[in-house]
Design a binder for this molecule. Structure first.
Ligand code: PGA
Length: 254
């Protein structure tokens, strides 16, 4: 059975309590959209409040520490993330890999900590423009993922998703072609099946991220092996985010 598409909003470092109204509006509409799994990853400071608002949508974090507890000023452990009401965590986003120097090994350590805390994971990967221009995108992305993904996942329980986000497409309005997305997602699927076996590897949803908007969502979500979207800028208002969710519903119905 095909998994429901997964459409996740990554609010990044945006949002104060004033934005809870957007989360509420997304949740109230998502209640009517059972064909798609909808989730939001607000900043840490809003997780609990969004969790209290949300009846239908999932709530997650954008990062967690690999360490269980202790003297790590400013860090948040996976168990704290879970305790705040989050059900998943985004790991290895390029803004953390590049802006905070996160290595594949660190992303993997965080993934293991998150799984131990009972969280679901969205592990991100993606190449720079220079890497794509050099014809190295597939090799780079599959290598990055191979080194960032946990060694094992529980049987087909939807705990792991992967997000392919070409760095040059994030926040730029530029996107890869549908053919290029399909080629990359097939390469990622092959890696997942090699690592986790046919059944579990096929059950992992591979999200596309990078300048997804209501206007291009249907096309991008319709690419081969795309199981949903990780949405940044366009997830900040209920109107644009729900436009993307609706595109995903339309595709299901088509
Ligand atoms: P964007 O960001 O939709 O604003 O391009 C996507 C992401 O970084 O997850």
């Amino acid at each position: 059975m095909a998994l429901r598409p997964y459409v996740v909003g990554n609010w990044k470092m945006n949002g104060t309590r004033a934005m809870l109204a957007e989360a509420r509006a997304i949740d109230r509409s998502a209640q009517r959209l059972m064909k798609v799994e909808v989730a939001l990853a607000p900043p840490f400071t809003l997780i609990h409040a969004v969790h209290r608002e949300a009846e239908q949508i999932g709530v997650g974090a954008q990062d967690c520490s690999p360490s269980p507890d202790g003297a790590y000023t400013g860090d948040i452990s996976a168990a704290m993330v879970a305790d705040s009401g989050a059900k998943f965590v985004i790991l290895g986003h390029s803004e953390r890999r590049q802006g905070h120097g996160e290595s594949d090994a660190l992303v993997l350590a965080k993934a293991d900590a998150a799984l131990a805390a009972g969280l679901k994971l969205i592990v991100c990967c993606g190449e720079t423009e220079a890497t794509r221009d050099a014809g190295e995108a597939e090799r780079f992305v599959t290598g990055q993922l191979a080194a960032s993904l946990p060694a094992a996942i529980d049987a087909a329980d939807e705990r792991l998703s992967v997000a392919y986000e070409p760095i040059w497409a994030i926040g730029t309005g530029r996107t890869p072609t549908v053919a290029d997305i399909g080629t990359m997602h097939r390469a990622i699927r092959k890696l997942l099946v090699e690592r986790y076996g046919e059944e579990q590897g096929s059950a992992v949803r591979i999200l596309y991220g990078g300048s997804v908007k209501p206007e291009n969502a249907r096309e991008l979500l319709g690419a081969d092996e795309v199981g949903g979207a990780l949405v940044g800028g366009a997830s900040l208002t209920a109107e644009s985010f729900l436009g993307i969710v609706m595109a995903s519903v339309d595709l299901q119905d088509a």
